[in-house]
Design a protein around this ligand. Structure first.
Ligand code: ZN
Length: 667
């Protein structure tokens, strides 16, 4: 490549820019000036589409036409677009009169490949194309590495297995076929990612400067409570929450080999955050951080991790033993011995990435409308498969590369299993199957306790437990303190209604749960508790008794929902309220409003109330079946379950009521 194969895009003020920029014409045949506030990524995308010769584009950003924040945002956008393959062979260069070293480094930090001082000189212009060449070489090496991963490892295997003279012959016979497969994989993955996502960032490095100096302590305190309510947090504060949790986990001495710089960790989180759709009412980065906090909190409750805030109250004891001391662990082992720090890191990472790229509609919508993703994944766990694929790619592109690049180690295999299987476990279409697995696990643990030194057995149980924990975290807002849970429920309902609006517009049938005004919020929550949440949380608490607080708080919340339902129906007894279900699907928007009014009445009547509620996050198998009767295709016509009586008859059921567990409500 030489300068003639390189085009230049200059973002500058054409009227007032310095004359030295005209020197560019002496070396480059294509020089285009565009004003600031232009969709630079869009222009470059169009430019890329029109050429297939692999030539490169130099983007010169004259910083005199940008505010500092806008300049960094532009660089961030370009870097993001390059990182996901939306752009290729583009080299951003900052053109400035500032000689501040800090500023120069900041520009490089935001993705500039070079920094040129004004005015432009001929000798500088002559060598400018080398920046694009360097970027192209770097990109080609990266692509080659990714494309040849399969081939490299396939070649290594026979070499390891055989020492005779035929070594490598088997590979040669397969090379072409495997290489083709590698190309298909590469194209499929990168096209999926680049076509799916927007190029605009919702959060950038410059936003992080808004973090107040004392905010870390404040955020840590919030992260260490079960009452975590992220509704008032700005995007950059949410990102800081994720940063603090990951930094805390990565600080474990056992993870020294995987140490990550703060800058690299932020880079990773910027990409994760920006791949969540900010327009989704529910499935956005806020939900991801909420699930991550829940997972982190659960891991603390079962004794695997410690709370990051030394001032935070210790979790109330569930049993007379220390957290994580369970009768199904042999040799006095604890959960900390079973779930390693690397396992915990994998699970916390999976939590922050488990819904990445979520479109705001459920799997059934994706399947009914034959979206490319549904075709790609054969209608099976469509979104979860997509989330797992995209997220693992993000991990590979960032500071977790060492953990996620293919290698013949048990650590890699287990790390990938936990990340991928945990994300797949969040498919609510498989909810009942997963609950059955947990129930069978409890029976297995009764007859065959776990020896943590038995790696195969331990891994089998760990992967199931990690899936259980992320599932509880994913729908865990139903077990949050009531005001928090109620807000999540309302947000989720907005997303369900938006899908219903879309289905109606497309001429598709609309389920009651997606139909505005059809299902009152209380029925929505009570049905979710009965059909979805209760059996999961009970099954998990039977395996992990320290999780029993979630069952207790869900029960408490249901009392509030029942009470609100009675208020809505203007009835006095639970039986009458249950009968009211028969009319629920027929209620219109006005009923919804009256329900809301009764909420306010209830709150004002019980200002100190700290109970929690039920909340349905994802579409469920039952929700996917059109039902004339209401939520989940079933009438909520039974009185509240007396769980103590009911569970005491089940094998391995909860042994005793935890008198202390309600203390967690007050945290
Ligand atoms: Zn989720």
């Amino acid at each position: 490549m030489d300068a003639s194969q390189c085009s230049v895009l200059v973002v500058a003020d054409a009227q007032n820019s310095d004359d030295s920029l005209s020197l560019l014409h002496t070396t480059f045949s294509s020089v285009t000036f565009v004003p600031t506030h232009t969709d630079i990524v869009g222009i470059l995308q169009a430019h890329n589409r029109n050429k297939d010769d692999g030539s490169a584009t130099l983007v010169i950003l004259d910083d005199s036409v940008f505010s500092k924040v806008d300049l960094f945002d532009t660089l961030d956008s370009l870097r993001f677009a390059l990182s996901i393959g939306l752009l290729q062979h583009v080299a951003p260069v900052v053109y400035s009169s500032s000689q501040s070293t800090d500023y120069m480094l900041e520009c490089l930090d935001h993705g500039a490949v070079n920094y040129i001082l004004k005015p432009l000189r001929q000798d500088v212009v002559t060598t400018l194309f080398l920046n694009t060449l360097r970027e192209s070489i770097r990109q080609r090496r990266k692509d080659h590495h990714q494309q040849s991963t399969l081939g490299t490892h396939a070649k290594a295997s026979p070499a390891e297995a055989n020492s005779d003279s035929s070594q490598g012959k088997v590979w040669k016979a397969f090379e072409q076929r495997l290489q083709s497969l590698g190309d298909v994989n590469h194209n499929l993955i990168y096209q999926s990612i680049s076509n799916f996502f927007k190029s605009e960032n919702t959060i950038s490095r410059s936003d992080m400067k808004k973090i107040a100096s004392d905010s870390d302590l404040r955020l840590k305190t919030r992260l260490c409570t079960w009452g975590f309510a992220p509704f008032d947090l700005k995007n950059y504060e949410l990102l800081q929450c994720a940063f603090l949790v990951l930094k805390h986990v990565l600080a474990l001495p056992e993870l020294n080999d995987y140490s990550v710089s703060d800058g690299d960790l932020y880079d990773f989180l910027f990409d994760v955050a920006n791949m969540y759709q900010p327009l989704n009412p529910y499935h956005n980065f806020r939900h991801a951080v909420d699930v991550m906090q829940s997972t982190f909190y659960f891991l603390c409750r079962i004794g695997v991790l410690s709370l990051m805030d030394p001032q935070a109250s210790p979790a109330p004891a569930t049993t007379d033993k220390h957290p994580g001391c369970y009768d199904w662990l042999e040799n006095d082992a604890t959960m900390k011995d079973l779930i390693t720090p690397l396992d915990a890191l994998a699970l916390v990472l999976a939590s922050i990435g488990h819904d990445v790229g979520h479109p705001g509609v459920n799997n059934m919508f994706m399947i009914r409308t034959a979206t490319p993703l549904a075709l790609m994944y054969n209608d099976r766990s469509v979104l979860e498969s997509f989330h797992a694929m995209v997220f693992f790619n993000i991990l590979q592109r960032h500071c977790f590369r060492r953990l996620t690049e293919w290698q013949t180690t048990a650590k890699y295999t287990r790390f990938r299993k936990i990340v991928v299987q945990s994300i797949l476990a969040t498919d609510m279409g498989m909810h009942d199957d997963y609950v059955n697995k947990i129930q069978r696990q409890r029976e297995r643990l009764d007859t065959s306790p776990v020896d943590v030194s038995n790696n195969d057995r331990a891994e089998e149980e760990i992967i199931l437990i990690c899936g259980s924990l992320i599932k509880c975290a994913d729908i865990g807002n139903c077990a949050r303190p009531f005001p928090v849970a109620k807000e999540w429920a309302e947000i989720l309902q907005r997303e369900f209604f938006a899908q219903g609006d879309l289905e109606r517009e497309l001429g598709l049938s609309v389920l009651p749960i997606n139909d505005r005004g059809k299902i009152p919020l209380e029925d929505f929550q009570l049905g979710f508790k009965k059909n979805i949440a209760e059996k999961l949380f009970v099954a998990v608490a039977n395996v992990l008794p320290d999780m029993e607080f979630t069952v207790d708080t869900i029960e408490s919340n249901c009392t509030v929902w029942e009470s609100r339902k009675q208020n809505r129906c203007g009835l006095k007894s639970a039986d009458e309220a249950a009968a009211c279900d028969n009319h629920a699907p027929k209620t219109g928007a006005s009923d919804d409003h009256s329900g809301q009014a009764s909420d306010q009445h209830q709150v004002s009547k019980n200002p100190g109330e700290t109970q929690m509620h039920d909340d349905p996050p994802h579409a469920t198998p039952n929700q996917q079946q059109p039902s004339p009767t209401g939520l989940c295709g079933q009438k909520d016509d039974s009185p509240a379950l007396n769980q103590d009586q009911d569970l005491s008859n089940k094998p391995g059921g909860r042994k005793k009521k935890n008198k202390l567990s309600r203390h967690c409500i007050l945290q």
